[in-house]
Design a protein around this ligand. Structure first.
Ligand code: AHR
Length: 516
């Protein structure tokens, strides 16, 4: 029993290193002549006026006893700075198509209140608006990605917001920005034209949306020093027709990107998604299986885009992804608050590997959502704050940001449960500006480790170091009482033999290796 405990403390997990047995594969890493870059923007985040993401998350009550600047919570900002988040999407989500930007500027005590009818009919006091969001982005050292209101706004409203943000000039809107404390243009570049326009953003057909997009995009101007990267509201998961129609009807030079939303539901059923904690292996299996579908979904939309944009100028922007479970019992169902387990970290590692491996087309993505909503990086309870297992994956994977993509070749062993099987191993690799090769490996099998013998072509390296994220159980999570149950640990399972890398990846783990 003592030995079991020791293994758990070492972050190795009993099931992964004691009762398991290894399967062996050969992997080839082609590090010689990289042709593609993994955009750092794949590692983006999403913050909506939903539940406690903004209010009670990033933006707290004046009386809350935590370090803050104005009402921005500094411990959260410090944690996110550590993982170098490249962009933050705001204000929604569905909320974006109900948001009128003028309500969120000027003296706070004069801002009108509104009902957030999308998320629980709570009163939105607009104390967090454009300037507060952009101050947050500057503290996070990340790029803002704004979603403009197409659903219930107007062409003029969106166009005026962009002028307010980005024009360095003598117009009433530029002067109003200065009067509100920001004489210099904000230079916002990423611009979403609507959100989920097939659903909460207006229940449009793709044909109608594409026409609307062209109208809105015409008046969404690039001002000097602030070129706009316009992103069309894209498909819901498998809806390939949406991408087909938009790509056919919207000229490629009017698009920087087109989005895609795909959430991993444990059961695959929106009516009963499954709990965030306390699930069994069947639920674990179906969750990771549903997560792996991201690969075929991205590939299918990419293939459609290739027909209209063979030079891959238009980015596929997966601006909402993550595990979506039933809410935590006893919490407001409209607030989408859920716990976050090792399983979710494995989903994050797998999804990020998929995006890295599609970096020719996927240039941007945002996890939903940063704080206290869905698959969060950070959870808070008043003054308390914890980092989720998913946060640690983003910490591990930051090495891939803007690194050169390295193709991998291997055949994964199967993870078998009952009559079903999926690939147990997924991976991606990159070379950074100092020539260090990083390989991120996810073993989804909860019982068997995987031994890999790997040839690394095209680079010389002396040693392999690494870090691992795992835990004794796939449904382990960090709670406010035990905030470090699932945490990173040094990984000692990799060695160099001749020119080969030999590594054993424990069951249910994410490992990132650095070859120097
Ligand atoms: O992320 C939560 C919601 O999911 C977003 O508001 C919406 O775009 C999607 O349906």
């Amino acid at each position: 029993m003592k030995f079991k405990k020791l293994l758990a403390v070492a972050g190795l997990g009993l099931s992964s290193s004691f009762s398991s047995f290894a399967q062996s594969i050969v992997m080839n890493v082609q590090a010689g002549d990289p042709k593609l870059q993994i955009s750092k923007h794949i590692y983006g985040q999403f913050a909506e006026h939903l539940g406690r993401c903004i209010y009670g998350g990033f933006w707290v009550d004046e009386n809350l006893n935590v370090p803050k600047k104005d009402r921005l919570r500094l411990d959260i900002i410090e944690a996110l700075n550590k993982i170098k988040i490249p962009n933050l999407r705001w204000p929604g989500g569905c909320f974006a198509d109900t948001y009128h930007w003028r309500d969120g500027i000027g003296p706070r005590n004069q801002r009108p209140k509104m009902l957030n009818g999308t998320w629980g009919d709570v009163v939105e006091d607009n104390s967090f608006g454009t300037h507060e969001f952009l101050e947050l982005c500057s503290m996070l050292k990340c790029e803002p990605y704004l979603a403009g209101n197409m659903g219930s706004g107007t062409v003029a409203e969106m166009s005026n917001w962009i002028e307010y943000l980005n024009l360095n000039g003598d117009t009433p809107l530029a002067k109003l920005r200065a009067q509100n404390g920001h004489p210099d243009p904000f230079k916002v570049s990423f611009w979403g034209v609507g959100n989920e326009s097939w659903g909460c953003g207006g229940n449009m057909t793709p044909e109608f949306y594409a026409d609307q997009y062209k109208q809105y995009a015409t008046f969404a101007k690039s001002y000097p020093g602030a070129p706009l990267r316009k992103i069309a509201s894209g498909a819901n998961g498998d809806d390939r027709n949406w991408t087909e129609v938009c790509m056919k009807k919207i000229p490629v030079d009017q698009l920087w990107g087109i989005s895609l939303h795909y959430y991993t539901l444990p059961t695959g059923n929106w009516g009963k998604k499954g709990p965030a904690t306390g699930f069994d292996e069947q639920a674990y299996f179906s969750t990771v299986k549903n997560c792996l579908r991201m690969d075929e979904i991205v590939a299918a939309h990419s293939a459609i885009m290739d027909k209209y944009d063979p030079n891959k100028k238009v980015a596929l922007v997966v601006d909402e992804w993550g595990v979506w479970t039933d809410v935590e019992p006893g919490t407001n169902p409209a607030f989408l608050y859920q716990q976050n387990t090792l399983r979710d970290a494995l989903v994050a590692g797998t999804t990020l590997n998929i995006f890295n491996n599609h970096c020719d087309r996927v240039k941007m993505a945002e996890l939903a959502q940063a704080i206290n909503v869905l698959q969060s990086l950070v959870l808070t309870d008043k003054e308390k704050m914890l980092l989720t297992p998913t946060y640690h994956v983003f910490d591990l994977y930051q090495v891939h940001q803007d690194a050169q993509y390295l193709p991998l070749k291997f055949t994964s062993p199967d993870y078998v449960l009952g009559n079903e099987k999926i690939q147990a191993l997924n991976a991606s690799a990159s070379k950074d500006k100092d020539g260090i090769v990083h390989i991120s490996l996810v073993n989804l099998d909860p019982k068997k480790s995987i031994k890999i013998e790997s040839g690394i072509d095209g680079v010389t390296w002396k040693n392999a170091t690494g870090q691992i994220l795992t835990s004794a159980k796939f449904n382990d999570y960090n709670s406010f009482d035990n905030p470090n149950k699932v945490k990173l640990a040094p990984f000692k399972g990799a060695k160099k033999r001749g020119n080969k890398l030999e590594v054993e990846i424990p069951a249910q783990s994410v490992v990132v290796l650095a070859l120097k």
